[in-house]
Design a binder for this molecule. Sequence first.
Ligand SMILES: C[S@@+](CC[C@H](N)C(=O)[O-])C[C@H]1O[C@@H](n2cnc3c(N)ncnc32)[C@H](O)[C@@H]1O
Length: 286
Amino acid sequence: MSEGLYQSGLEDDGLYTPTIKPHSIEKIRIHNYYVALFTTSMRSLWPQRAYLGLYSGPGRARVEGTGEIIETTAMSAFRPRHPFTNYIFVDNDAQCVNALRARIEALDADHDVTLIEADVQEAVPQVIEAMPRFGSGHGLLSFCFIDPFSAALDFDVIRKLGSRYRMDFLILLMLGRDVRTNFAQYLEDPTDTRIGALIDDPHWRDEWLSKGLGRRDLVRFILGKFDAAMTRLGYKAALPGDAHPVRVMGKNVFLYSLVFYSRSDRGRQFWDATRKGADPQMRLDL
Ligand SMILES: C[S@@+](CC[C@H](N)C(=O)[O-])C[C@H]1O[C@@H](n2cnc3c(N)ncnc32)[C@H](O)[C@@H]1O
């Protein structure tokens, strides 16, 4: 891992390299810091450690403004000193999957990797098929990063994976750019399922209206409902302030929240350490 927690200043490798906004670097730093902590600390405790990247992207991007090429989360997941034992990636864009495959093949070491070109909502059976088998003597601890472009994420994906595996989740909830921006439409159109699917409550409008909530309550409401859905699955409840807000760089425009869920106290200690440690002021060589 480079000093800034991600590989930067890379040469163009000729493969698909989409452009990302500078604020995406904050997400990558947080992801990478957590991954480094997880892989270092869990290596001696769990013989199998799986990484699952949903909405994985192609592994590299060009930063808007500077044009600098950096490694994004999927490729960064291979960089820790002690990598995961298994990797599974899902993206529905063939360009992303093909570029990620070529980049992984170009790595020095061999890894156990499954690439799935499919819609995330439909890919769960393939993910389960690709996950390592586990049992006494060959335990499995997994980390899943979910990184969609929008709030169109069906909680069912998390339920199916989280109820089957011992799996920690880092999830991007697109609460600013999508939920807040389009809220009037989601509220007023009773056939729209986006928010209900995300927070696992098709009747959320009743609660919203009966409590007389307004726009200033929106982010707290969705985070609370999402938290309730995760705790129903047996995950530790988030504490106030646990969700990490990401804003447009240099401006106070809220884009999305990064939320973390684990069933273990150690997981949340790692999350606390990650939020402190991934701060650009900190220079840790992981
Ligand atoms: C925000 S980008 C991912 C960024 C990447 N994780 C990173 O670290 O830079 C979202 C990705 O999801 C893919 N995607 C969008 N909708 C999808 C869907 N329904 N199922 C699977 N992949 C999808 C896109 O092709 C894109 O690569």
